[in-house]
Design a binder for this molecule. Structure first.
Ligand code: X90
Length: 276
């Protein structure tokens, strides 16, 4: 039986090697250019271009055909998407899955709504790899991964909410606060998979303390933590050091955000997936 894990590109880079993977790209669109969020995208160049661009910009989720391409010819597929309350990605993945299963009656696709993005998707992907390699049945994996999702969370820290507000994902009133110099907006993915803003901190030092406190309240335990940053490696490293102390864990990885998360998190933004 062949297995494959596919995710949309909001998961950032996939770092597993024990199971086949594929990414369905989202797109970042301006009046002048279109960026496909795949392995050829130069994210830093895109972020630099967007800084100097003042026109309209938006994003588009993978279409049914993008998902079908990512499925390839695998027999058992786990397909994981960004929150269905932020994007149409889950919806088009479900359409692709039922088309694929109709076309190939002996194959299975399980579509997972992460109700999140970035590092929390990475945790779900890593857990799927473990479950697949353990050799248990497809249905068992589906059950266990759904349970696992109860034990993961996502925290974000953003310095600008401009792109989120311009694309209707947060209110303009909330976005205004983030325009104040030095203000960091901190929040969690809510149970419904929406942005739940919890704290506003001034400067990195105070933000760091708020993040630790908020993650403690959210139930972060001594498990895995996956940090994605948009051009903010230094702060990500500082967080890693503090997390090691606060949560007594060493399983912490840092990577750069991909195209989609870079567009919405914007320069300086941090997205953290953690286990509870
Ligand atoms: O379908 C599309 O065009 C994609 C729309 C995505 C909209 C929001 C992406 C947010 C990414 C921001 C911080 C993390 C918040 C996660 C809360 C669930 C990054």
């Amino acid at each position: 039986m062949s297995y494959k894990i596919v995710a949309d590109s909001s998961a950032d880079k996939i770092n597993i090697s024990g199971v086949a993977t594929a990414i369905a790209p989202l797109k970042i669109i301006t009046n002048e250019r279109e960026f496909i969020d795949d392995e050829n995208l130069n994210t830093d160049e895109m972020v630099a271009y967007l800084k100097g661009y003042s026109g309209k910009s938006s994003t588009a989720c993978p279409g049914v055909n993008d998902w079908l391409t990512s499925f390839g010819e695998s027999e058992n597929i786990f397909c994981i998407t960004i929150s269905s309350n932020l994007s149409g990605s889950f919806n088009s993945a479900c359409l692709a899955a039922s088309e694929y299963e109709t076309l190939h009656p002996n194959r299975n696709v399980f579509v997972i709504d992460s109700l999140s993005t970035g590092g929390e998707m990475q945790l779900i992907i890593e857990r799927l790899e473990e479950l697949i390699l353990s050799g248990i049945a497809f249905d068992e994996i589906c059950k266990k991964i759904t349970e696992y999702q109860q034990n993961t969370g996502l925290l974000f820290m953003l310095q600008s909410l401009k792109n989120l507000a311009n694309n209707g994902r947060v209110s303009h009133a909330v976005a205004k606060i983030s325009g104040i110099l030095g203000i960091r907006i901190i929040g969690l993915a809510s149970d419904e998979g929406r942005l739940d803003i919890t704290d506003k901190s001034r400067g990195d030092k105070k933000a760091l303390a708020s993040i630790i406190e908020r993650m403690k309240i959210a139930g972060c335990k001594n498990g895995k933590i996956r940090i994605s940053h948009c051009q903010n490696k230094e702060f990500a490293e500082a967080l890693k050091t503090e997390f090691e102390k606060a949560f007594n864990t060493t399983d912490i990885k840092i990577q750069a955000t991909g195209g989609l998360c870079s567009f919405y998190a914007e320069s300086g933004g941090i997205i953290i997936g953690f286990e509870k």
